[in-house]
Design a protein. Structure first.
Length: 247
């Protein structure tokens, strides 16, 4: 079915994916041959089928797929090399992170480079955080990947960026986005930035600080949360803080 060019396109795609569950050289060879298809959707599912195959010939296709002219194929390949922790893919991932025309591919490359803890990739992502000309959406995506994989130098850079947003109300949306990312992870290094969020004059920022505290329960900040529960003028924040203290 996968080879039959007269077959329904979706049937061919799902057949290619199913072949990938068969861990054999013959299965891999079939998929590798199918990667020559002119149908980008089929090529995408060939990559999906090869994603768990760690043979050299399969990995060669995954590396080639990172350069495919269709973004869906590239995106599938990024996920595959990330999951395989394929270090050989890092130069291509960095190139795509820097130059790909599709934002979704760039963002996936950030995630893959952070997962692989590639130094050149991490250094590039940190440079994006430090570049005042780069957009806030891009910076939030970079920060998400660096925090997700707990990259030390990246975590420090995200904290520095968040501190800058606390001093600039024009950057509130980025401040909120970074705060939501902090609140997803337990990390002792977040204590100072959590305190800064909790002390903010901005209501939403204090609320985000409570979210960061909820995830991390910093003992040194409990008194600050208690003061919000007892003294804050915003009823919703008082209630939120009271619930945290009561837990």
């Amino acid at each position: 079915m996968a080879r039959d060019e007269d077959e329904n396109a979706f049937v061919r795609m799902y057949a290619a994916e199913a072949i990938g569950t068969i861990r054999s050289d013959e299965a891999a060879d079939i998929l590798i041959d199918l990667f020559d298809s002119t149908d980008p959707n089929l090529r995408q599912y060939v990559v999906k089928g090869l994603a768990r195959n760690t043979s050299e010939k399969a990995r060669a296709v995954l590396l080639a797929a990172l350069k495919d002219n269709h973004y869906k194929v590239r995106l599938e390949a990024v996920d595959a090399v990330r999951d395989q922790r394929l270090a050989a893919a890092c130069p291509s991932l960095l190139y795509r992170a820097q130059n790909d025309a599709e934002a979704v591919v760039k963002y996936a490359c950030f995630d893959a480079l952070a997962a692989l803890n590639d130094k050149a990739g991490v250094d590039y992502m940190i440079s994006l955080l430090e570049d005042s000309r780069k957009g806030d959406t891009l910076k939030a995506k970079v920060a998400s990947s660096l925090l997700k994989y707990d990259i030390d130098s990246g975590v420090r850079a995200v904290i520095v960026l968040a501190e800058k947003t606390l001093a600039d109300d024009k950057k509130k949306q980025l401040r909120y986005a970074l705060g939501k990312e902090f609140a997803l992870h337990e990390n002792k290094n977040f204590e100072s930035i959590c305190e800064a969020y909790l002390k903010s004059a901005d209501v939403a920022t204090r609320g985000t600080g409570l979210d960061i505290y909820k995830k991390n329960r910093f003992a040194n900040l409990t008194s600050l949360v208690r003061s919000i529960a007892e003294e804050d003028k915003v009823p919703s924040l008082k209630a939120k803080a009271k619930n945290l203290i009561a837990d």
